[in-house]
Design a protein around this ligand. Structure first.
Ligand SMILES: [Zn+2]
Length: 186
């Protein structure tokens, strides 16, 4: 059985199980009581938030790019999600807290792009001379910088809890670099 056939077989199992459990979501809900977070993470196959954070269907929106970095493209997606999502806006009001989580990781492939500063600068939409500030080789500094950047975005709801995490690919554990706190306190 080839790769795609194998995946399609697994899809049939998934559909049967989810259908039996009543956890399929055939339409986009008006309010989403189980939605707890938006997660920005890396595309790396070792760091899928669904696996490492044990996410269940409907619990989180996940945006992934190289590095799990905050770029203009990610900010645009967050903005569009805000438009789609009355979904996101209603969720915190439906009771409980809502998290915005930046999840980066050790041994990230983005560090191998440091030899190509022009493309890396384009990814961040900054000048090559400003790349140092993005701390591409240091995930703890990078995640702290990206959380700080998100705090400057006025469109994000002040009461959302923002945090910065680094997943260690060697231990399988997540380290809290920036503890969860409201985006703005005013
Ligand atoms: Zn990565």
């Amino acid at each position: 059985m080839n790769t795609l056939d194998s995946m399609l077989e697994r899809n049939k199992e998934f559909a049967a199980q989810q259908s039996a459990a009543g956890t399929l979501m055939p339409s986009l809900p008006q309010a989403t009581p189980n939605l707890k977070a938006t997660i920005i993470g890396c595309v790396d196959m070792r760091v899928d938030p669904v696996h490492i954070l044990g996410l269940k269907p409907g619990e989180a929106l996940v945006i992934r790019n190289i590095g799990g970095r905050i770029t203009p493209a990610v900010l645009e997606e967050l903005g569009l999600l805000g438009r789609i999502g009355e979904v996101i806006r209603q969720s915190p009001a439906a009771g409980g807290e809502f998290h915005l989580i930046v999840l980066q990781h050790t041994d990230c492939g983005i560090t191998r792009l440091t030899g190509d500063p022009a493309r890396l600068a384009h990814f961040f939409q900054i000048q090559e001379g400003d790349l140092q500030a993005k701390a591409v080789t240091d995930p703890r500094a990078a995640v702290a910088g990206d959380v700080a950047l998100l705090r400057t975005i006025p469109a994000l709801p002040a009461k959302w809890l923002i945090s910065g995490l680094v997943y260690d690919v060697a231990t399988g554990l997540v380290e809290i670099v920036v503890p969860a706190a409201p985006i703005r306190t005013t």
